[in-house]
Design a protein around this ligand. Structure first.
Ligand code: MG
Length: 338
């Protein structure tokens, strides 16, 4: 195989704020794997919270480039095991290469991934659109600017209830909230019933990622489903989240790609847990990987290309929350970022 890669710093339409901070650009790494004249693409955005900058991904990739290239590729699951051992400390990089391997595999088989996996995209859940933290007026403005059938609202402020009450005055659609580990237990116990009254559908990561004791209490009391995000990073975390959360939000970048994400979905299903796949503000390359898994999910949070003002690929579209596919093989995208 032949490996190439590019790094980008993609600009957001609006500065993006969550309970952990604000950013104006999303750094990301795009990889290309070429095999038998066919090219597959993958992506891993860098997230400061997880401490793997693009520079670190490139450094690790350069150090083991010959190993990545000399692998005799047959199918993505085996390749993932190889990559997992090659880069044990860099899930983000493994994710980018795993997505590229699946894109390549789909193209070699001449089928879109959802077709290869025998999934029915006609019953897909709609994807939400995220409103980052801002002044309440600006949040209302951002919501009005983007009429959408489901919003995910970032919370974790002193004015969460006031914020959701105001947004609710301007829309009837489902609202999801994501506290990004920004609440304390007492605060969550107080806020969640009020959010339910305001028509909130679910709460993502209310407490600190390792507050398992707090989560056990909240899980018993919460009138709304609680989804783990920061508490559910790796495959082994699904088991830990059982009976502490009602569901999990899988991020391909955190768990290291499509291959482990599929196993996590299966594991969560066996335990009767809800499943979301969320984005980390990927461009159309990484978002396409989520799109192909959408039929397996309860909730889809795939709004990276909508929040970003710049993109590096084409082939995935949105029609009022509905995901549109190109029908082309693999991820079904064309990389235009070179
Ligand atoms: Mg989240």
């Amino acid at each position: 195989m032949k490996l190439r890669y590019w790094s980008y710093n993609l600009r957001f339409h609006h500065p993006f704020t969550i309970s952990k901070g604000t950013k104006t650009h999303q750094p990301t790494l795009i990889v290309e794997l070429e095999h038998m004249g066919v090219k597959g693409y993958g992506e891993a955005p860098a997230i400061a919270y997880y401490n793997i900058p693009v520079e670190k991904m490139i450094e690790d990739l350069e150090a083991k480039k010959s190993f990545v290239e000399k692998y005799a590729f047959t199918e993505p699951e085996r390749y993932w095991h190889y990559l997992h051992h090659l880069f044990p400390q860099n899930n983000f990089l493994v994710c980018a290469l795993d997505i590229a391997a699946w894109d390549l595999f789909g193209k070699l088989k001449r089928k879109p991934l959802y077709e290869l996996w025998k999934l029915d995209i006609s019953k897909n859940p709609l994807t939400d659109y995220t409103i980052g933290i801002d002044t309440i007026d600006k949040m209302v403005e951002k919501m009005k600017e983007k009429p959408w059938p489901i919003y995910k609202v970032k919370v974790g402020t002193a004015y969460d209830i006031e914020m959701i009450s105001e947004l609710r005055k301007h829309t009837d659609v489902p609202l999801r909230v994501d506290a990004n580990a920004g609440w304390k237990l007492e605060e969550a116990i107080e806020k969640i019933p009020q959010l339910k009254e305001l028509g909130v559908e679910l709460v993502e990561q209310p407490l600190a990622k390792d507050d398992w004791e707090g989560m056990k209490v909240l899980y018993e009391k919460s009138p709304l489903p609680l989804l783990a995000d920061e508490s559910c990073v790796y495959e082994q975390d699904v088991e830990k989240c059982y009976q502490h959360f009602h569901g999990i939000n899988i991020k391909l970048t955190k768990c290291s790609g499509i291959t482990p994400a599929k196993r996590m979905i299966e594991q969560a299903r066996k335990k009767g847990m809800k499943v979301m796949i969320g984005c980390m503000n990927e461009s159309t390359v990484g978002s396409a990987a989520i799109a192909h898994l959408a039929p397996l999910l309860d909730y889809v949070d795939m709004d990276g290309p909508l929040l970003l003002a710049e993109d590096v690929a084409k082939g995935i579209g949105y029609d009022n929350g509905k995901i549109l596919y190109s029908g082309k093989p693999g991820l079904g995208i064309d990389f235009v970022g070179k």
